[in-house]
Design a protein around this ligand. Structure first.
Ligand code: G3P
Ligand code: CA
Length: 243
């Protein structure tokens, strides 16, 4: 069976490495992932910090909000120890450090950057991210995503050619309206929601998350969806190969 579905590593190889760290992204690339997904916030000094949560509590040995800390303070945190002592001393990366890694590896796959602007407002983060990528010669395919439609609208105004995707849980109507207005190209729905709404959109416009079970992977591969976003890229590659 010919399957075109790309495999995007969610926060890197999150299932087997500390999420959103350089070792997690490097592992995903080494495993053969077609893409990397990650999340970005502003620090107190407006630096682009790669982390999922708004606070550092769950994934590091620190506490408090990213937006209340300068980058120097964030750089002292350990983003590996809570995952496993084996990864003690792993740093929180900046967006630039992640991009540098992808450039060093000549990574030509998908780089899906999620702007985490749905819970905290980070005024100017869209312009900062856009200006950063405008200053870099990168080999990968950049795809923005956000739960926040306004962030996608700002990015679209900055560059109408940019590939943006709406993440959503239940606001499917809003996502469809954005696509109709050409604000976004594709959809990144929750796989649990998508399985209850299988005719929501053509498969080639879908990159669902978080597709971790073999059953869900097969569901997406059978429909030849554009991509899956998974914590286990190596498992997904094996499932895809065996179909
Ligand atoms: O991009 C898909 C997925 O990452 C969205 O949810 O909470 O893991 O960022 P979350
Ligand atoms: Ca994300």
């Amino acid at each position: 069976m010919k399957i075109d579905t790309k495999i995007i590593a969610h926060r890197g190889s999150k299932g087997t490495r500390p999420e959103n760290t350089l070792i997690s992204f490097q592992t995903a690339i080494d495993e053969g992932a077609d893409g990397i997904e990650t999340d970005v916030h502003f620090s107190k000094d407006n630096q682009l910090v790669v982390m999922h949560d708004e606070t550092v509590d769950r994934t590091t040995n620190g506490s408090g909000r990213i937006v209340d800390k300068n980058l120097a303070e964030i750089k002292h945190l350990d983003a590996g120890i809570r995952f496993s002592p084996e990864f003690k001393g792993t740093a929180v990366p900046t967006l630039q450090e992640v991009v540098d890694l992808l450039i060093k590896d000549h990574f030509t796959g998908i780089f899906n950057l999620e702007l985490k602007t749905n819970k905290i407002q980070y005024p100017g983060i869209e312009e900062t991210v856009f200006n950063y990528f405008a200053s870099v010669d990168f080999p990968f395919q950049l795809i923005y995503s956000s739960f926040n439609a306004h962030s996608l609208e700002i990015l679209n105004q900055l560059d109408p050619q940019l590939a943006g995707a709406k993440l959503f849980k239940t606001a499917a109507k809003q996502a469809k309206a954005l696509k109709k207005d050409h604000m976004i190209a594709d959809f990144h729905p929750d796989i649990r929601w998508l399985k209850r709404h299988p005719f929501f959109a053509p498969a080639q416009n879908l990159r669902p998350w978080t597709v971790n079970s073999t059953e869900d992977m097969q569901y997406c591969f059978e429909r030849n969806m554009a991509a899956i976003i998974t914590d286990y890229p190596a498992r997904a590659i094996q499932v895809r190969t065996e179909m």
